[in-house]
Ligand binder design. Structure first.
Ligand code: SF4
Ligand code: SF4
Length: 400
């Protein structure tokens, strides 16, 4: 009988080995198939394997546009460091890449256009059912004496394409190769493993249909997607909704529309996503029960306690102390929504918010939708404000 060993001095996998022989495998590479099978059994949409060698395509791309990517390459966080996983983690021998479908249920209709879908069901901090699947896989590996570690610096989309579980679109998103009807509604999760496993066939190529005519580029309202496969994160709505400047630059406010956290426009426009979007899916009861918390007037007026307890645990890219960024985003979204029934909310925010960026954006929005009815409040506030807010009020008065 063939002896099963690993590169680590004769380390054996007790349960895997038993199942391995039950299935008649004759090569240790059967371990890889059993790990894949376990991931699928737990509910992941797909799983693939690649090496921990440096990722030259990713590194070259980042190096060619340093002005756009300096924010992901600091001492604190560096995807360049992560793109050489075997250098950063000398113990690691393989990468397993999991694909999680985050679009398994219907999203409430009135949250569409406000939030990127992936964030509405992000359970990393709240440790929900999706997180439990991930933990179950890690527990399984631990029982098999396999060391496994997630590292958020490893470029997840590139790892997924290298592991053959997704191919690129010109939108820079990756699309599942063998599940989720080929759509991009996925999260890629790279896991470092300390065992040698044969890499799967990579799928690094772009697989967009020739008759698409770059609909993703046309759908991008800020010009962030400026060429096929070229996205400037510093123009992306998602970036500006959670990482941008203290007050959103004027020229981006209108293009950012009603999005308050993330943006799905390029994915929604993509024909590769249509088959999944027209699939009949169950209602997301949990999300429906939370949806009232996420509406624009609620965000605009929420207090610190509400933010920290009800919003931040699921939308944590902005710090716990930045309730003002949410309120500013909500004010801008209401201005772009253009519904006069929200004027009282914006007037209250302009009068009462302790944050200059929120008052400034409320003035901008009142200028867009308020008309003559808001002039007296804008004029009254003008004398009470410092230069930043006063400039926004003057500009809003010109609009009314
Ligand atoms: S997420 Fe939105 S802003 Fe960003 S590239 Fe796509 S369409 Fe453009
Ligand atoms: S919209 Fe068209 S070009 Fe863009 S990613 Fe989808 S298929 Fe490709």
């Amino acid at each position: 009988m063939e002896q099963i060993t690993t590169p680590r001095a004769n380390m054996q996998y007790p349960v895997l080995i038993a199942r391995f022989f039950e299935r008649g495998y004759t090569s240790p590479m059967g371990v890889k198939e059993l790990l894949r099978e376990k991931a699928l059994e737990l509910g992941f949409a797909s799983a693939g394997f690649t090496s921990v060698e440096p990722m030259p395509v990713y590194l070259d791309e980042i190096a060619s546009r340093p002005e756009m990517y300096s924010w992901v390459n600091s001492d604190y966080f560096s995807t360049v460091r992560g793109a050489s996983p075997g250098v950063k983690h000398p113990w690691a021998r393989s990468l397993m890449v999991l694909v999680r479908n985050y679009y398994q249920r219907l999203f409430p209709q009135d949250l569409i256009g406000l939030y990127g879908r992936c964030y509405l069901v992000d359970e990393r901090k709240v440790r929900g059912a999706e997180f439990a699947k991930f933990k179950a896989l890690l527990d399984f590996m631990r029982r098999e004496s396999i060391r496994a570690q997630f590292d958020e610096e490893v470029p997840a989309r590139m790892a997924a394409a290298m592991a053959g579980v997704s191919s690129y679109g010109k939108s820079c998103f990756v699309y599942c190769t063998d599940a989720i009807k080929g759509s991009s509604w996925l999260e890629s999760i790279p896991l470092l493993l300390d065992i040698d496993l044969d890499p799967d066939e990579p799928s690094l190529e772009v697989r967009c249909p020739s008759d698409c005519d770059n609909r993703c580029l046309e759908a991008c309202p800020t010009g962030a997607l400026y060429e096929p496969l070229k996205m400037n994160p510093l123009r992306c709505i998602a970036f500006h909704s959670y990482y941008g400047e203290d007050i959103t630059p004027r020229e981006l406010r209108e293009p950012m529309g009603t999005w308050v956290y993330g943006c799905d426009l390029c994915q929604e426009a993509c024909p590769r996503n249509r088959p999944w979007m027209s699939t009949e899916l169950p209602v997301d009861q949990d999300l429906e029960s939370r949806a009232d918390d996420y509406r624009l007037p609620v965000l605009l007026c929420m207090g610190q306690e509400f933010y920290q307890e009800r919003i931040w645990p699921r939308f944590f890219y902005m710090s716990r102390s930045r309730v003002d960024r949410w309120q500013m985003n909500a004010a801008r979204a209401l201005g772009n929504l253009g519904d006069p029934s929200f004027i009282p909310d914006l007037e209250r925010s302009l009068s009462e918010s302790p944050y200059a960026n929120v008052r400034a954006m409320s003035a901008w929005s009142l200028g867009r939708i308020g008309g003559r009815s808001t002039r007296s409040l804008l004029e009254k506030r003008l004398g009470a404000e410092g230069e930043i807010v006063a400039a926004e009020i003057r500009s809003a008065l010109e609009e009314t």
